[in-house]
Design a protein around this ligand. Structure first.
Ligand code: ADP
Ligand code: ADP
Length: 218
């Protein structure tokens, strides 16, 4: 469960997130939709404890997250592609994460297989395509078998087959009872992905309702 309440983030005089409130529940895929600059990444960073709210709360599993680097068993996250050491291979990258989170090493090969990177596991990340980096980021999110998963623009860089795969993965994670929270700036990406949409603009809540209710209104 993700609970955001009266959340505000200011950078100097600019307000990135402005009194935002919503809940993302277990067992469904919640889309987090808004144009570029709307405050999605800032909200995700506060949920992960990577940025401090100016005011309000951003809770995961009823708690304020402090150290995402060590919290992979509680929440998995795909942030922007490229936040990995290009010189390392994919398998070593995940092994380092597993060790610092007390996750069994056997999970590393399991998630590499699951995301379709087993064959590329011993190649340098620097040589990966954007889609492969997305898959590696998704593998890292899955590594700790967490109940809550956050994905920031996960379809970026994926080919059509990758898009279908990732949608199936989200459905399965939700069916397992996890909270799946997926940001995007494109309504079209959400249409076959999310059950429920939280829509924001300029840091404020615009809508929070089942996807089907948007379709009904045309
Ligand atoms: P989104 O993810 O929806 O594209 P962001 O959360 O990245 O939006 O950005 C929201 C607003 O906050 C933008 O106007 C952005 O320029 C600003 N912003 C984000 N991070 C910072 C920062 N570290 N310093 C200053 N302004 C920032
Ligand atoms: P330990 O490694 O001592 O078992 P945990 O694995 O429980 O500690 O927690 C690791 C990190 O995740 C800590 O920084 C903790 O604050 C954070 N954390 C633990 N549980 C939650 C939760 N439900 N929601 C948010 N953050 C959590």
């Amino acid at each position: 469960m993700i609970e955001v309440n009266e959340l505000t983030k200011r950078y100097g005089r600019a307000t990135a997130v402005d009194g935002l409130g919503f809940t993302a529940r277990p067992g469904r895929v919640t889309g987090f939709l808004g144009p570029n600059g709307a405050g999605k990444s800032t909200t995700l960073r506060m949920l992960l404890g990577l940025d401090e709210p100016t005011s309000g709360t951003a809770l995961v599993g009823g708690r304020r997250f402090r150290d995402h680097a060590r919290g992979l068993r509680h929440v998995g996250a795909l942030l922007e592609a490229g936040d990995v050491h290009g010189g390392r291979n994919g398998r070593d990258h995940l092994r380092v994460l597993a060790r610092s989170n007390r996750i069994p090493a056997a999970r590393v090969d399991a998630v590499l297989e699951e995301v379709g990177l087993a064959a590329a596991a011993r190649r340098r990340i620097g040589g990966y395509s954007l889609g492969m980096r997305q898959r590696l980021g998704i593998a890292a999110a899955l590594l700790g078998d967490p109940p809550v998963l956050l994905f920031d623009e996960p379809l970026n860089g994926l080919d059509p087959e990758g898009v279908l795969w990732v949608r199936g993965l989200f459905r399965r994670l939700a069916a397992e009872g996890r909270t799946v929270f997926v940001s995007s700036h494109l309504m079209s990406e959400m249409e076959n992905t999310a059950d429920h949409l939280v829509v924001i603009g300029r840091g404020r809540l615009i809508a929070d309702q089942p996807l089907a209710d948007f379709a009904a209104r045309g």
